[in-house]
Design a protein around this ligand. Sequence first.
Ligand code: ZN
Ligand code: ZN
Length: 411
Amino acid sequence: MASTLFTNARIVDGTAPERGAPVSVLVEGDTIREVGKSIAPGKAKTVDLKGRTLMPGLIDAHVHTIAVVADLGRNALLPDSFVAVRALVVLREMLMRGFTTVRDVGGADFGFRSAVEMGGFPAPRLVLSGKALSQTGGHADFRGRYDDRATATTGHRLGALGRVCDGLDQVRRAAREEMKGGADFIKIMANGGCASPTDPIHFLGFSVSELEAVVEEAKMAGTYVSAHVYTDDAIRRCVEAGVHSLEHCNLIKPETAKLAASKGAVAVPTLVTYDKLASEGGKLGFPPDSVAKVENVRVAGMDSLAIMKKAGLPMAYGSDLLGEMHRHQSEEFVIRGRALPAHEVIGSATHVAAKLLGLEGKIGVVAPGAHADLIVVDGDPLKDLALLTRQGRHMPAIMKAGAFVKRSGLN
Ligand code: ZN
Ligand code: ZN
């Protein structure tokens, strides 16, 4: 069993505003075995970090790994083979940015994950919802106004983010099929969206009884529901129905944020995607009607951070990027850093996200018993969050499950 001993490691895990005093961290096999002031190396290979920062591998709680082009309607029609191979590139690049776990909230299926887990290709750990549930004309219905193909034909391809279902029976069946297919949680589209063609932002997705039914289905399977939501109305009815993971939340108001916090919900803002859809989306094939919708949610996004912080609503890290825009995944750190303390921004991608994913103590932490998912950063990201950007440029080492996937310039 290979072991590594990191010495002179100053830990940043998002729980404190300052870097920790230098410690040693012993990795045995794929697990962190010991963290302490002085640890005998034994047979472990020693890596002296010389006061560099050691962090738990980052967690992105809102990605679409199969969104290989910006136009999601087109993405849904691409051949599975093309999507699978391009998605492996998306995953590899995420890992090389320091994201050792990502939560896919619409698209990737269990077969794709199983193949990735067999190894042979660098990729983060994958937690997934399978296909997102959408009502007819909702945020995963990409058929357009004049396309009357039967809904039953959507959602079957790997490149489809979601599937269409209407009414209690269909919604329950869809949720059960996703759970049977290996979903870790259920994703629903409960509000209009930017990328989809026939649903203005203010549209509410699913009736209250449908929302309650899907929440019940998730509970029956021992898991939770995540909902795509922007407007205060949409967020409130989801929270009241028992939805746990609130994606985006750009237009949330203080009362609803307080209610969500009191119910133990978690928000997953994804501000970077609106920035990039506005600046790059058009030329990358994001449809013009969709670019116009982005402005409805982009500007309000920054205010939402302060509202949610004040309400005590935990926020996990999310990026939600599409196609070539994936390369901006780490810029969410910098955007949030304009409104929130750096350690809280980092915490969103460590302990807050780990808890949301149900992997508390296993990821997002440098502690005995956790997976040995670690990144080394040159400098102090608490002083400069931009050290986490630029495709891992400031990360001389990235380790997943005890194995280095990147190691450069370290003795
Ligand atoms: Zn969404
Ligand atoms: Zn999304």
